[in-house]
Design a protein around this ligand. Sequence first.
Ligand SMILES: [Mg+2]
Length: 109
Amino acid sequence: MQVVIYGILIPMSDIHDLTVRIGRMTKSLDHTGDPKIILLFLMEELGEVARAYLKEQGHKKSNDRVTETFREELGDVFYLILRLAAVTDTDLEKELNKTEKKLLKSQQP
Ligand SMILES: [Mg+2]
C-alpha cells in the first residue's frame, strides 16, 4: 500500500504488522499490558540510549551501567513504542503520517 503526502508517493511500512506482532508477544510472555508501566520502561530505555550513545561517542570515559550498544538500546525503545501502541490500540502508521504532514506543512511558506 502507498499513500500520497504533498504529492510524494510514500510506501506504507509494516508498522501495523510489527505492532500486532509485538502485542501478541507481550501477551505470550505475560508481560504487563499496563500503559503506565510500559511508559516508565520506555523512559528508562531512553536513558539507556543516551548513556550508550554518550559512551560510544567518547563523551563519557567509562560507564559500567552500559552493557548494550546504542543501536541495541534503540531497538529496546522501538520495541516499547510498539508495545505501548499495541496495548493502547494506537495506529502508529496513521499517527506517523499525521506527524509527517504536520512537519511538511510547517516548512511551507
Ligand atoms: Mg535496554
